[in-house]
Design a protein around this ligand. Structure first.
Ligand code: NDP
Length: 238
């Protein structure tokens, strides 16, 4: 049966490449976007590329509204089998790696937390119980090497904390979703350093390359892993 996938933040960057990749694998794809204007643009982009993907409005910064919004989406399109939590923001400023914890404002921390942690937590809590009940589900949380505790250091404080929390969320959700049959698999991945608005023009990888591991995890077979963290389809230290 054709699987229905939802990718958040799918109008550009790595999310757009993931949506394309999942459609190429034969999934029906719901591409999460933030506005009607963006929906119209991305609908045209998918049509031009011949991709079977439909934009749906989903702002992950408003976690309280996510359960009702996802219920509406599932009523309109059917039960979601595959969830890719890709949307995120990096607003630590100024200077990226030079941005210091000691200059960080509560506002930056709060906004980063809402989008990068509360949003994915809300989508997981809304969709995984249904996946478990139906006996199939795949969840991919788009994390980052910036979230590795094993390599934790200075810079990007709000973003780093949010991605470390997303990694923790991945392990908790995978443990709680585990069944004897292993039919719901929840993993995190790092895309590498990717040429997008977030990654910048100097980054080493294309969005398509950055999307590869997420696509692999979204399409895992029955024997695939759960509760892991991967880059280039290989385990990455937490
Ligand atoms: P971009 O900034 O290029 O794209 C981010 C996407 O997320 C956009 O589609 C954006 O939508 C969407 N988004 C942001 N906030 C929200 C929200 N509140 N609700 C819904 N959608 C939202 O980022 P990338 O493509 O580079 O990053 C994708 C993922 O990969 C992120 O999780 C990021 O942390 C991770 N990552 C990226 C790296 C890189 O080098 N690029 C490295 C490591 C991890 P809009 O157009 O409306 O703003």
């Amino acid at each position: 049966m054709v699987k229905l996938a939802l990718v958040t933040g799918a109008n550009r960057g790595i999310g757009f490449a993931i949506a394309n990749g999942l459609a190429a694998k034969g999934m029906r794809v719901l591409a999460g976007v933030r506005s009607e204007e963006t929906a119209a643009q991305v609908r045209a982009d998918f049509k031009k590329a011949g991709v079977d993907a439909v934009p749906v409005i989903l702002d992950v910064a408003n976690a309280a509204a996510i359960p009702a919004r996802l219920a509406d989406i599932e009523r309109d399109y059917g039960a979601i089998d595959v969830l890719v939590n890709n949307a995120a923001i990096l607003i630590d400023a100024p200077g990226g790696f030079a941005a210091s914890l000691f200059d960080m404002t509560d506002d930056v921390f709060r906004r980063t937390w809402e989008t990068n942690v509360l949003g994915p937590a809300a989508t997981i809590r809304a969709l995984v119980p249904g996946m478990k009940a139906r006996g199939f589900g795949r969840v991919v949380n788009m994390s980052s090497r910036a979230g590795q505790l094993s390599g934790m250091g200075a810079g990007f404080p709000a973003y780093r904390v949010s991605k470390a929390a997303l990694n923790a969320l991945t392990r908790i959700a995978a443990a709680e979703a585990a069944t004897p049959n292993g039919d719901v698999k929840i993993n995190a991945c790092s895309p590498g350093w990717v040429r997008t608005r977030m990654g910048g023009a100097e980054a080493s990888r294309s969005p398509e390359k950055g999307a590869e591991t997420a696509i692999w995890l979204a399409a895992l077979g029955h024997d695939g892993p759960s509760g892991g963290f991967f880059e280039d389809k290989k385990p990455l230290p937490w």
